[in-house]
Ligand binder design. Structure first.
Ligand code: ARG
Length: 459
């Protein structure tokens, strides 16, 4: 088959080599964006008098008909036409004849493909932001129901101090809020139009890039044509933001997996987010949480893949760039679905409040309470720490907890200790009394829930 760029070539291309060079198997995901870009370009060509209004009408009608066929899944793409740009141009020629050849005036596939990717990521981020918001909503809703749910807080995976479960959920709300901000900021770099840079140096035709940008809904155009066709920072930023987002989701998933285990039994995921075992009839596995944790690996891989492709590439376009797409598509699809799964999983999970609270009752996570009690009665904190450390050691030897130590023993250790120590040692009170800003105290957490609700309302 004759190539659109075949004029300079004598020899026949071999199909297996064509297949190696082709990107149509994946870049057809941007068919709608490609047609949109062409429609804007063609109306600019008419607006500036580069082609006639009649020609523009004919080309636009052809493009609109391709748009319809695409929506009805009536377009079949071929490897011979290499990529989405040439496949669509070939279809346009079949549809309207030689006038189709005028569409590529003052344009190159280099600025065209970059424009398609900017449009594609704009669409992805537009779907992404509401999904992040929905997940944040679910977190805040769950938090509002669990302000008084007590759980062990961990450092080094060891019981550290008791927490309000809502506080734990709101920590993820904060992470997701930062993620959302990062993607919103990313949008500033995505929302820039490369079209009109042509191959690398601009064009001799009197084009109007600002007209095209307005048609396409871009708020800016690239200032430098070389940068425009060879910039992939906006994709790297998207991949990097996605990697951070997935890192957050995978940390949460890791906790869910632990919490579902027989040892913890803090939560139970609903059947729809769990799977069974083909051999062990009793199993209910948190597969979806494990998969999100696993998919984080491919999202990191996509970031490192593109960073490595870009490293050392000279200006301007190089075919290496064709390798920028699959990772971008894969990451976009992965994060969009992972957010849906996460929101559904958290929204429907059963929280075993008693089990969580129980886990804070037979441990030493109230040791800080005793040290703080001493310190607030005038014992220097370092000394208090030493006293409590020794007492914990002695309790461990005797198989008892701090709440089991008698008042007379306490008073022998330090005469400032009164009978009010026992209420201070309860995990509920340990949480309640942490009033410091950003701490786990109920009053603080209630404030944080309210602030989050107001924030979500505002968005
Ligand atoms: N399929 C190509 C890509 O994805 C489109 C641009 C081709 N440009 C070129 N000069 N060969 O990068």
């Amino acid at each position: 088959m004759a190539k659109l760029w075949g004029g300079r070539f004598d020899g026949q291309n071999e199909s297996w080599i064509d297949a190696f060079g082709a990107s149509i198997s994946f870049d057809q995901k941007m068919a709608a964006q490609d047609i949109k870009g062409s429609l804007a370009h063609v109306s600019m060509l008419a607006h500036t008098g580069i082609i006639t209004a009649a020609e523009a009408d004919k080309i636009s009608a052809g493009l609109n008909s391709l748009q319809e066929k695409l929506a009805q899944k009536n377009l079949e793409f071929t490897v011979e036409n290499e990529d989405i740009h040439m496949n669509l141009e070939a279809y346009l020629a079949a549809e309207i004849g030689p006038t189709a050849g005028k569409l590529h005036t003052a344009r190159s596939r280099n600025d065209q493909v970059a424009t398609d990717m900017h449009l594609y990521l704009k669409d992805v981020v537009a779907q992404l932001i509401p999904k992040i918001q929905h997940f944040r909503d679910v977190l805040v809703e769950k938090a509002s129901e669990n302000v008084h749910t007590i759980m062990p807080g961990y450092t080094h995976m060891q019981h550290a101090q008791p927490l309000s479960f809502a506080h734990h959920l709101l920590a993820y709300y904060e992470m997701l809020t930062r993620d959302q901000t990062r993607f919103t900021e990313n949008l500033q770099r995505i929302d820039v139009m490369p079209l009109g840079s042509a191959a690398l140096a601009g064009t001799t035709f009197p084009i109007d890039r600002f007209f095209t940008a307005e048609k396409l809904g871009f708020s800016q155009v690239y200032n430098n044509s070389l940068d425009a066709v060879s910039d992939r920072d906006f994709i790297l930023e998207f991949l990097s933001n996605s990697a951070i987002l997935m890192m957050h989701l995978s940390r949460f998933c890791e906790e869910l997996i632990l919490w579902c285990s027989h040892e913890f039994q803090f939560v139970e995921l609903t059947d729809s987010f769990s799977t069974g075992s083909s051999i062990m009839p009793q199993k209910k596995n948190p597969d979806m949480a494990e998969l999100i944790r696993g998919k984080t690996g491919r999202v990191y891989g996509n970031l490192f893949g593109l960073l490595t492709v870009m490293k050392g590439l000279p200006l301007a376009y190089n075919k290496d760039f064709q390798e920028d797409k699959e990772g971008m598509f894969d990451t976009a699809e992965t994060i969009l679905t992972s957010l849906d799964i996460m929101a559904g999983m958290i929204d429907t999970m059963k929280i075993n409040k008693e089990q969580m609270a129980k886990a804070t009752e037979s441990d030493f996570s109230n040791a800080t309470e005793l040290a703080d009690y001493l310190a607030s009665h005038g014992v220097p904190f370092r000394e208090a720490h030493e006293i409590v450390g020794k007492l914990v050691l002695s309790c461990l030897k005797r198989g008892i907890y701090l709440q089991d130590v008698s008042l007379s023993e306490y008073q022998q250790i330090q005469d400032v200790i009164g009978p009010d120590i026992y209420e201070k040692l309860s995990s509920y009170n340990a949480v309640k009394n942490r009033h410091s800003y950003g701490g786990t105290g109920f009053s603080q957490v209630e404030e944080q829930v309210k602030a989050a609700q107001v924030q979500l309302q505002k968005e």
